[in-house]
Design a protein around this ligand. Structure first.
Ligand code: ADP
Length: 403
């Protein structure tokens, strides 16, 4: 690798969007970031913030036909800031790839064989991997000479023991269809569990953490000595916690019941459970800010949705305390976890027997810094640690191309 190239472009390609950040890895500074939304529609939108120059955010509306056009538009924006993708300063492009199955346990330089394997995983990640593949192909076409690295959402969870990763179903059927618990948000769980150890002044290898990643999607993980022991998402991101629009755990028989009794198709049930359930299904809103506002006004549906959300969180805190045996910290992260003090307070309330408590004053402080919110006396630390998946992807990508 050329020694002076220190920039990494991080791409997170969704089915109709591309999020990107350009970072300088000499010190992890963000040079630019942005988002292309509604790709393929008439009303596509690109917003670009040139952080390096301190310039104002630029927004463009108008049709962007596909991912190739989107990435070209991003390249044009970056070039306007003197940060063009043709720059020799660019060391690599790091791609968030949702599903790496069992094979990809670490970040991987992408070649044809790797791309074929990511493609082979499409049946277990039909919503995500195709968009990731499109993003990779487009970036490769733009800079064929540049190393492209895949950083997998599932990789951190590949250390889960078989007893946590297997469903208790017929083994032959499970193996024939690669049905097992893979887990997601792994980049965030890895980053946040490490940052939490640093916050406690401890070696990650000697720290046990329960990570609660509460965004629109939400997942919990039990991390022992830097290794994932269990996580709440499974074959797909549907399992586990109550989320913005996903149900999380339900009796699987609900699906047969919906088919037999309500006459719903598999696709309709899929949409119901992934897009119309969770907080949205329960109360009509999936944004925790709006739900809290409604609760303040005495709205009972919003209160019940909140209570169901918290009840599930508590069950996972209890379960993962049992999985880990000893817990050093429970940590909240992502949009809800970082911002919603009432969620943190309620999730920990009544768990004093588990060594958990929240200090109301500390919990109310708004900050972007990693911080403790538990009182001095608490046996288990409770922390808020902002996640930074892009930085983690950039760091892993840069480390790999410089190895
Ligand atoms: P994603 O899963 O889309 O990456 P984020 O981690 O950005 O999501 O979280 C988005 C969610 O965070 C929003 O849907 C909203 O519920 C919640 N959120 C953001 N800001 C606040 C806030 N100030 N108070 C409460 N909830 C918030």
């Amino acid at each position: 690798m050329t020694s002076h190239a220190s920039r990494v472009l991080v791409l997170n390609s969704g089915s109709s969007s591309v999020k990107y950040q350009l970072l300088d890895m000499t010190d992890g500074t963000r040079l630019a970031l942005g988002l292309v939304e509604r790709i393929g529609e008439e009303t596509s939108r690109l917003s670009h913030t040139p952080l390096a120059s301190g310039g104002a955010k630029r927004e463009h509306e108008g049709p962007i036909a596909d991912h190739e056009a989107a990435l070209k538009a991003v390249a044009t924006e970056l070039a306007a800031d003197g940060l063009g993708l043709d720059s020799p300063e660019l060391a690599a492009i790091g791609h968030r790839v949702v599903h790496g199955g069992l094979k990809f346990t670490v970040p991987t330089v992408i070649d044809d064989a790797v791309l074929a394997e990511i493609e082979r995983l499409v049946p277990v990640a039909p919503l995500h991997n195709p968009a990731n593949i499109t993003g990779i192909r487009t970036a490769q076409a733009l800079r064929p000479d540049l190393p492209q690295v895949a950083v997998f959402d599932t990789a951190f969870h590949t250390t889960m023991p078989e007893c946590a990763a297997r469903y208790a179903i017929d083994v032959a059927t499970a193996d024939a269809h690669r049905i097992r618990r893979y887990g997601f948000h792994g980049t965030s769980h890895a980053y946040v569990s490490r940052q939490t150890a640093a916050l406690l002044g401890k070696d990650p290898a000697e720290t046990n953490v329960i990570v609660l990643h509460l965004g629109n999607g939400a997942s919990a993980s039990a991390v022992a000595g830097g290794r994932c022991m269990d996580t709440s998402m499974g074959l797909t991101p549907l399992e586990g916690l109550v989320m913005g629009t996903r149900s999380g755990d339900i009796d699987p028989a609900v699906t047969f019941h919906l088919k037999r009794v309500a006459g719903m198709s598999a696709d309709e049930i899929d949409v119901l459970l992934n897009k119309k359930s969770g907080l949205l299904g329960l109360c009509g809103d999936n944004d925790m800010r709006e739900i809290r506002r409604r609760i303040e006004e005495g709205d009972e549906r919003a209160q019940l949705a909140f209570d169901i959300y918290i009840h599930r969180l508590k069950k996972y805190i209890g379960a993962y305390t049992a999985v880990l045996g000893h817990v050093d910290a429970v940590v909240f992260t992502a949009g809800v976890g970082e911002n919603a003090a009432p969620v943190r307070e309620a999730a920990v309330a009544g768990l004093e027997e588990l060594g958990l408590a929240v200090d109301a004053g500390l919990n109310a402080v708004r900050s972007d810094a990693p911080r403790l919110i538990s009182p001095e006396y608490a046996r288990v630390a409770v922390a808020v640690v902002p996640t930074d998946e892009e930085l983690e992807i950039a760091q892993q990508t840069y480390a790999l191309v410089n190895a």
